[in-house]
Design a protein around this ligand. Structure first.
Ligand code: FAD
Ligand code: DHB
Length: 390
């Protein structure tokens, strides 16, 4: 089989790239090692930047998001028993974010792909990129007891942090930067109205907490937990009690509870692999970088990578120019590192670190105090949270 762009991974980055290419008339095939239902069963991000929303519209997959998503103009920073609102809209000259779950966005892109007739091969085992430093690269994969070959012009590695694309790059060609944080996030989903109409990021002596949502009737809550925490130790009652302890009293009193229907622990890590292009192989999204979730940037960075790669591929196919492809890694990484910095900063400001000294604690308090009293400081936070320009 032959296609123009072979895409490894049917997560948000692979699906978005695939749909933008299909709409622009560039042939592509997506392969994933798991099936559709498994992908749709993963609960992950929930906050979309305007740039991400625009790309979903361009991919003609934005209709349900506009109908059901919740535009948010601000969020709350809670600490020291009080609340401070960050007015995203006012501080950024009218920008906002969209609350819409990654699961729903993925479903919309899958539906759109199905309608457009483009091919996705699910349950493709042992996908491997080959000869991407040559003129005619190809993928091999196992399916139905046979090893298949897919020849292509380019390979997009959209296969997440543990995928095959980055592993296929010779170690000497790749430079990795990593920071592992000494805690994780325990998250739940429950069918209850959110505690507040906007998100609450809470700094508390017992640890960080985040109140988010998926709709007016479905809440997503997270609490900081030790890295070695076991999910079996967290019955719902314990979770709700701990969440309430970490919120200012007026919010704690308003928390509505119900049995959770999803519960998971995610470790926190910053990771960047450089460069993001190896001749005809491109790393996209989590395959190239991971950020701690505190700044809500993981999914949005995957989308901005797609923007740069799509632009480069279109220039190649429609104008015969490789300028965009050649600039992909540099442009994507420049935006990636700013989001890595922002996510690290938000994480550092809002979490309790096991080895925090009195000095570190005072600095954290000063940072929060500065944010609540300086419009310039709040503006810098807001500008990053809504998403830097592409
Ligand atoms: P992925 O979503 O990981 O998709 C990769 C796809 O590739 C998957 O479908 C996978 O099955 C497939 N794949 C993997 N290996 C292979 C292979 N060898 N062959 C073929 N296919 C393969 N971000 C936020 O902003 N907020 C959050 O709250 C948040 N929570 C998260 C919680 C968890 C547990 C994780 C892991 C991530 C979270 N993120 C969050 C990050 C965000 O979800 C990711 O940044 C986003 O999913 C990246 O999309 P992607 O398409 O690049 O990668
Ligand atoms: C969600 C996750 C985040 O990491 C974040 O910063 C905000 C919201 C969420 O899952 O809703």
């Amino acid at each position: 089989m032959r296609t123009q762009v072979a895409i490894i991974g049917s997560g948000p980055s692979g699906l978005l790239l695939g749909q933008l290419l299909t709409e622009a008339g560039v042939e592509n095939v997506i392969l994933d090692r798991v099936d559709k239902d498994y992908i749709l069963g993963r609960v992950r991000a929930g906050v979309l930047e305007e740039g991400t929303v625009g790309l979903l519209d361009q991919a003609k997959a934005g209709a349900r998001m506009h109908a059901e998503g919740l535009p948010h103009d601000g969020f709350s920073l809670a600490f020291d028993g009080r609340d401070h609102r960050i007015d995203l809209f006012g501080l950024t000259g009218g920008k906002r974010v969209m609350i819409y779950g990654q699961t729903e966005l993925t479903r919309d892109l899958m539906d759109r792909r199905k309608k457009s007739g483009a091919l996705t091969i699910y349950e493709a085992a042992d996908v491997q990129p080959h000869e991407f430093d040559r003129q005619l690269p190809y993928l091999t994969y196992d399916k139905d007891g046979t090893t298949h070959r897919l020849y292509c012009d380019f390979i997009a590695g959209c296969d997440g942090f543990h995928g095959a694309s980055r592993k296929a790059v010779p170690e000497k060609s790749l430079c990795a930067f990593e920071k592992v944080y000494p805690f994780g996030w325990l998250g739940i989903l429950a069918e209850v109205p959110p505690v507040s109409h906007e998100l609450i990021y809470a700094n508390h002596p017992r640890g960080f907490a985040l109140c988010s949502m998926r709709s007016q009737t479905r809440s997503r809550y997270y609490i900081q937990c030790p890295l070695d925490e076991r999910i079996e130790n967290w019955g719902d009652v314990r979770f709700w009690d701990e969440l309430r302890r970490r919120l200012p009293a007026h919010h704690a009193d308003a928390v509505r509870t119900a049995p959770s229907f999803e519960k998971s622990i995610a470790p926190l890590r910053s990771f960047v692999a450089e460069p993001m292009r190896f001749n005809r192989l491109f790393l996209v999204g989590d395959a190239a970088h991971i950020v701690p979730p505190t700044g809500a940037k993981g999914l949005n960075l995957a989308a901005s990578d797609v923007y740069y790669l799509f632009k480069g591929l279109i220039e190649h196919y429609q104008e015969g120019s490789n300028a965009g492809i050649d600039a992909y890694s540099e442009h994507a990484l420049s935006r990636v590192w700013k989001a890595v910095r922002f996510s690290w900063w938000m994480t550092t400001m809002l979490h309790r670190f096991p080895d925090t000294s009195d000095f570190d604690q005072k600095i954290q308090e000063a940072e929060l105090d500065y944010l609540t009293h300086s419009r310039a400081a709040a503006t810098a936070l807001a500008e990053n949270y809504v998403g830097l320009a592409y």
